[in-house]
Design a protein around this ligand. Sequence first.
Ligand code: SAH
Length: 356
Amino acid sequence: MAESESYPMNGGDGTYSYAKNSIYQRAVSNVAKDMVDEAIAEKLDVKSLTSNSNTLRIADLGCSVGPNTFITMQSVLEAVEKKYLSHGLASKVPEFQVFFNDHGTNDFNTLFASLPHDRKYFAAGVPGSFYGRLFPEFFLHFVHSSFALQWLSKLPEELLDKNSQAWNNKRIHYTSASEKVVNAYATQFTKDMKMFLNARAKEIVAGGMMVLLVPGCPDDIHHSQLSTALLFDFLGSKLMDMVNEGLVSEAQVDSFNLPVYFPSPMEMARLVEENGCFDIEIMELLDPRSNMNYAIDVHALIMHLRAGLEGIFTKHFGSEIVGEMFERTSQESAELSCLLDKSNKRNKLFVVLKHR
Ligand code: SAH
């Protein structure tokens, strides 16, 4: 089992819950859906996958509480079923088993209570970090993970060491920080991704497929131009405003960093190649907004950020300060909107791998 810190999304179904505020992730998953369907139709050899058993096992890694995970799992299942039917294998359509994975601290109660009644699969929850082994050998046929792999297993220690060149004072992320800070994050991502790929290489059957969707960074773009990085910077600047007003101590900001990293296609490809167990079928950056025919709603964007990050911020700063930080961010949403308009939008890394 891998050791990994956990930062659960807001549970339940209240105002700031992940369940109510993950439309943004859902919109991106919708854009990816057609590509996943196509990959299954063209590249998944369903006949050989289930030649020894009548069960097709799917896992969603970093599933949170839904409803996104339910929508995606249903869609994967339908695409696989369609493939059997289109190949004249109606009598061979397997039974499906879906494993919902997240940290043990995830709100699995809400997840289980909201499982779709009309689901056509057996459901199971799997607690634990996906940076370690979660399943027996050669067990899974299809693995999905969206908006989860950007979370590092832990923060690189040197960021908090005053004597290190990677000490990240006055900031809460590597956006606009020194190269040493960026490198510390990148090194941690490399370590984590290696563990992730090693574990999946053991768990996925030959011919099995893995789809990863993760906020990323184009190879030719500086990370400070990414919309999410800009959002993080904005939150950091609100905290620094509060430092200047004496509401928060500077040491508190210095000792906090978001353990989130946005990999580039080149980085991801290198790690997959080094692992050597998977073929890269697709590696592409998506621009989800190109398919949305409505303007980005900054308020919804702040709410989605709050649903995902409130937990980790509150653990460090306490709920009053964090409430104030988000409140100030909302009040300045016009300024934020201008910043985001100028940011790079082709930044969702979509990867389809096939186990050799
Ligand atoms: N896949 C869903 C939820 C994304 S939220 C969607 O697309 O909407 C990201 C989730 O990843 C969180 O619930 C978080 O707890 C989980 N996560 C982060 N690191 C993890 C790890 N190492 N192991 C398992 N889950 C992890």
